[in-house]
Ligand binder design. Sequence first.
Ligand SMILES: *Cc1c(COP(=O)(O)O)cnc(C)c1O
Length: 470
Amino acid sequence: MSPKATTERSQKLLRELPSVDRLLKLPVVIELVAEYGRTLTVEALRHTLETNRAAILNGASYVPMNAMLAEATREWLATLLSPTLHPVINATGVIIHTNLGRAPLSDAARKAVEAVGGSYSTLEYDLSQGERGSRSLHAEALLTRLTGAEAALVVNNNAAAVLLLLTALCQDKEVIISRGQLVEIGGGFRIPDVLAQSGARLVEVGTTNRTHLYDYEQAITENTAAIMVAHYSNYKVIGFTSEPSLAELSHLAHQHHLPLFYDQGSGALLDVTPYGLTPEPTVLDGLAAGCDLVAFSGDKLLGGPQAGIICGRGDLVTQLKRHPLARAVRADKLCLAGLAATLTHYLTNTATTAVPVWRMIARPAADIRSEADTWAARLQEQGIQAQVSDGRSTVGGGSLPGTSLPTWLVAIDHQSVSALAEQLRLHEPAIVARVQDNRLLIDPRTVLVHQAEPLLQAVIRAAAQQLAVG
Ligand SMILES: *Cc1c(COP(=O)(O)O)cnc(C)c1O
């Protein structure tokens, strides 16, 4: 056809495209309006018509039927409104997986969040007096009971906790910290940057691998506001290293009438050594060593919702609570509900069975082996090449660097492992597994009980589909 004829044909097709108003009268589109509202539906219809107009100008030779235009509109709306934040089955064996939302909540914590979220609550209301109450009541009494600290404060996350304590207690003064602890934790939390942001002046002492007590002592001046210790969190210095203990530092700090602040990070309230992990100081160890304030996360080894917790001396916590920044970083009701429920597990000595991250850490390898055997057998029945092999799970989340737990993996051989892994990621619910040496590795340790069946079915379906494609 000549260019002119083409243009004429396109013009004719363009005129055949229905108007938005006409499409709005179709029963299927009336349904869309009921489901998505008129404004979004009209936007979606315009989008569909615009796409088809462009296709015609590019040479498309027909106008789709109205039913097809409505279907394209429905798909656009569904994609627009599908959540981007949704549950994932974590088959990686990384227990506190930062990218996958760190700690899953216990059943009790989940229920507490749901109950408080779907209703009014006693967030700042005293039922017995019928008047205003305190938001700081809910988790803080549990925290002081658990840790023995005089006082506690819950804020939005641990980065905020550290920022608040440095701002409220060290602004325009000096904070002494070892060079070995000027670390960056995942997500761009850099100790030196937080110090700078707080208005405190950083005084670095020692070297990357060795810092001595006298390094700290020599750095103390009349401008010193505090000594600070930050947990390494996500890396490990090995070899020729040394650092004074928390107890030595607290002794030194108190001799000079200075407070010692400890950014403990992980929020471990229990000892990890019974499970074969390298010892690391718990929150209680920090307080027992004489730290004046200990700051930690709620959603790492504590196993609760995202939160930052500060425990320690009553007079210092009171100063923190009075600072304007405390209002800006305060914890919300969902966090407080979930945190209080999580802390209750520790008080009743049920953390290693009720708190998912501790249940995963404490899970015996034999138990994981028997689950891996069951899963591998199920997959083999479906003609999938699945073997059980030994491997390691890690704690993750910047906790306990360099140590891992023995585990048993289901290893799947497949002609296209990366395609299989992708299909599992795009499955609903999404599944994230490890790919290593051209095999897909599934670690039962981090798969929650109710997720086992959906996981197996998804693998069976994905493997079958991959075979069909290949
Ligand atoms: C994780 C961590 C932080 C940051 O805590 P968030 O709760 O993620 O804000 C700060 N310091 C240390 C030592 C940590 O391990």
